[in-house]
Structure formats: C-alpha cells, structure tokens
Design a protein around this ligand. Sequence first.
Ligand code: PLP
Length: 412
Amino acid sequence: MPAADAGDFAAMGASAVLRIASSLERLGTETAFSVLARAKTLERSGVDVIHLEIGEPDFDTPAHVREAAYDAIAAGQTHYGPTAGLPELRAAAAAYLAETRSLTIEPESVLVATGAKPFLFFTVLAVCEPGDEVVYPDPGFPIYESAIRFAGAVPVPLPLREELDFAFDPDELAARIGSRTRLVILNSPQNPTGGAIGPEATAAAAELIGETDAWVLSDEVYWRLLYEGEHVSIATFPGMLERTVLLDGLSKTFAMTGWRCGFAHVPEPLVDPLVRFFTNTTSCVPPFVQLAGVAALTGPQDDVAAMVSEFRARRELVVDGLNAIDGISCRRPRGAFYAFPNVSGLRLGADELARRLLEEAGVALLAGSAFGRVGLDNLRISYANSQENLTRALDRIGDFVERLQGPPTGPA
Ligand code: PLP
C-alpha cells in the first residue's frame, strides 16, 4: 500500500470520526457531582446555596491523623508502595475489622485501595461474566448499577421498602436469587435512605445466599454512623466470610473523603484478581496516606464519637423539620447522614422539586431518581452540614413548598 502523504493526512483530519467505545454507554455516574457543579456555578454568580447534595462529612480530618501524614511525608514516605497496601495498614485494618466484627481476619486477606469505590467496581468486574445476575439495593449507591452494567452483567434490583424503614423483605430477596446470581451487594447503613439492615434480615440473607454459589459484597462504609440498634455484618454468619468482600474505609468514619483510602477483607480467590486490577490502574495508595490511615484506625477515637453525636442531633433536627412541612413525610433514618423524605404529597414530582429547590430556593439536594427506580417519590438530603445551615435550608424548603401549594383550598 503506498504511504500516505501529508495531504492525505490533512484530508483524513478534516473528516475524521474520533470514536468513543460503545461500552461507555453502559457506564453510569453519580448525580451528586453534577448537582454540586451546578450549585458551584450558581454560587459564582452570587447565589447563596446551602449544600445538602454531597455525601461527605463536613468535619475536619482528626488532627492526629493529619499529623501522621505530615510526619510520613517528612520521613520520605512519598514513593510507590506495594499494590496490596503497606503491611502496617493491612495489619491495622485486619485487627480493626476482626475486633469490630468479632471475626478472625489475617492481614493477608486485607487489601487497601484508593477509597472503597475501586473495591465495588473491580469486584463486580472480577466475578461477573456477561449475562450473570447481580442483586443490589434499589434505591442504592449509583456505582453498583453502573459497575454491573459495565461488566455486561444483569442488574437485579432488590427494592428497599419505605414502609419497612428502607429494609428489604427477605421474600423479595429469595425471589431474586437463583442459579444465575453471581453476586449479591448489600449496604448497611445505607446510602441514600439512611436505613439499616437489621440482624434478622441479615440472617435471612445469609441463609438464602448460603444455598447458592454467589459472592457477597457487603458495603459497610457507614457502619460507625449508626444511631439505633447494632451493626451486624453478613460476614459473621457461618460460611459467609469465605465468600464476602467486607468493605470498609476511612472516608466516612474519619472524615477522610479526599484522602482516597479504603480497605476490605477479600476472600482468598479474589485477592490476586483485585491486586491485578489495582496494579493496572492506580498502582498503590500513597504511603503517607496509608500511614495516616494507621493513625486513624489505631489512635484516639474521640473525634469519631463527637462526629457521631453531632450527626445524631442533626438527624433529629432534619427529620422533625421535614415532617413539620405539609405534604412531606420523612422516616427516621437509623444510620449514615442521609434523610430520604417522601414528597408525593406535593404538587411537583421529586425531580422537578429538586431542580427548582436549587434554582429558586438555593437548596442543593438530590432526587430519588439518582439512586434507582424505587425511590422516585423521594429526595435525598445529606445532613452533613451545620445545624445552622440545616435550619436555614429547612426554612427555605418550607417557604418554597408553601408558595408551591398555594393557599389551602376548601369550601368558599
Ligand atoms: N459506598 C457507599 C454506600 C457510599 O455512599 C460511598 C460514597 O459516597 C462509597 C461506598 C465510596 O466511598 P469512598 O470514598 O471510600 O470511595
């Protein structure tokens, strides 16, 4: 074939179609980030926006954790480290997971990644063939469905029922599990509803899954933020640890979202596949971040306790405030820092309401549609903001709803 000359290349350039892989059509996103971007744009044009959209603690990372990072940087811990994680953090995380879940967990079965998110995505990719089924909560963290679809697997949503305080009905789980189920994703306490799976439902899930050859991904990143009842990991039920990726992290518990560090107990057959995914993508978590993680897990826990107690107070403020608004009803969430009020009593649908609350009232929050198909009548409110701002936001929502609903109708 004759070599192309410069003229050919110029002609090709003019008509070139630069393609994006069609698999990208199956990759979802997190609406929280796009709403945050819109809120920031409004702020730049002078609008005062109250942020209830983003899911991250508004507290500072504890001082002793930051100091551990400064010391580690000063000591030169700024190079590549082992992909599976520094031995110090793997050991600390194994001890932490073992003690807090009453399990025996060895450091070799603990991996460290750049947040909890890579574990979600790569576990799905590691276990699913196209056509395999994955059961996951709806409403749920949007990355679950995104990863399932991207892997070519079949998403099988498990409804979380508002009338059950956003727990699932074990019969509905039974109806969704079968020979094609490759993975079951559970999340407790839960994003976006704030619900938590109780011990009975967890036991029922363990029994049902135990009869299949499905893996389990138990997303427990909010487990320290539980205001009622006790956290019970599915990994503690007989035979479950061997098939469960027990996922935890630093982001939510220690207000370390920006540090990007998560860890998990990983069943032996999945250790090498996950390490290979991490080697192919991120190589390692920065060593100074991991050493800060060791300080977080092994150091004083007072900041966590103070944060939990403040979140508890905010939960009361938000739930009571929402329930005082005509047309809105809100279950009392048991954990995390989210409320998921039902707005079906209003004249606007949840999507339009969320949009107009941002544009017209300066309150940024998310519609339930960002989390699946079950919570379409709901809004997600993150109460990771000061009580003062939450009170202002509730006032704005109340005023907006009053204008929306107009004067009460009745006999003339
Ligand atoms: N799992 C759930 C349920 C979440 O809500 C989030 C973050 O919002 C994550 C995992 C990811 O956390 P990380 O910051 O550790 O990646």
